[in-house]
Design a protein around this ligand. Structure first.
Ligand SMILES: CC(C)(COP(=O)(O)OP(=O)(O)OC[C@H]1O[C@@H](n2cnc3c(N)ncnc32)[C@H](O)[C@@H]1OP(=O)(O)O)[C@@H](O)C(=O)NCCC(=O)NCCS
Length: 165
């Protein structure tokens, strides 16, 4: 797992397209996201044979390869998980859990982290619940064919006590 930057735009856009199809972000949006310091992004380089490898299974450094998983967190008083995706053949290995956990170490002074998830996406919702996110609202028909569930994770629960101590 490593931090992603502007050099990873193409690999990120390919992953996004492979996973989200017509709902994928345009490459220009991904380029903008990966270039700003208002977000932090992490990814997992592909372990399977791909153009980003040297033929021996060793991933070539430098961001030109293929990503198996990636996620972006928007920073601020309220952090927001903007996107996360893991290729089907790499699911249930704990990659999403590791990505989110790592991203949240960058949340700084954020009081909470929010995200939106398709109401019908039981898998993603149980991933988030396992990480301590709780449902705080719903956006009716947020997606063309589904409601969005808004989830929140408290990040500074004990701050008041700690500060006063
Ligand atoms: C949702 C997604 C990111 C999960 O990635 P992942 O790397 O497989 O997740 P993890 O391995 O960290 O899963 C951790 C836990 O979450 C839960 N979970 C994850 N996927 C699940 C599924 N499909 N069904 C039920 N529970 C699931 C399980 O409790 C799992 O623990 P377990 O494997 O020990 O049972 C991945 O399935 C994905 O990319 N889906 C398509 C894109 C997407 O929906 N993104 C989220 C949009 S909001």
């Amino acid at each position: 797992m490593r931090l992603l930057g502007p050099a990873d735009t193409e690999a990120f856009a390919q992953l996004d397209l492979d996973i989200f199809g017509v709902e994928a972000w345009p490459a220009g949006v991904i380029a903008e996201q990966l270039a700003t310091n208002r977000i932090v992004a992490y990814g997992v380089d592909s372990t399977s044979s791909s153009p980003g490898e040297d033929g021996t299974g060793t991933v070539i450094e430098g961001g030109a390869g293929r990503l198996d998983a990636a996620a972006i967190l928007a920073l601020g008083i309220e952090a927001e998980l903007l996107t996360i995706s893991v290729r089907p053949e790499r699911r249930r290995e704990g990659l999403a859990t590791r990505l989110i956990t790592q991203l949240l170490t960058h949340a700084g002074k954020a009081e909470a982290c929010f995200l939106e998830v398709r109401a019908s996406d039981r898998g993603a919702r149980s991933l988030y619940e396992g990480l301590g996110f709780v449902e705080v609202g719903r956006r009716k028909r947020y997606y063309r064919d589904d409601d969005a569930v808004v989830m929140r994770k408290e990040l500074r629960k004990h701050l008041g006590n700690t500060d006063l101590a």
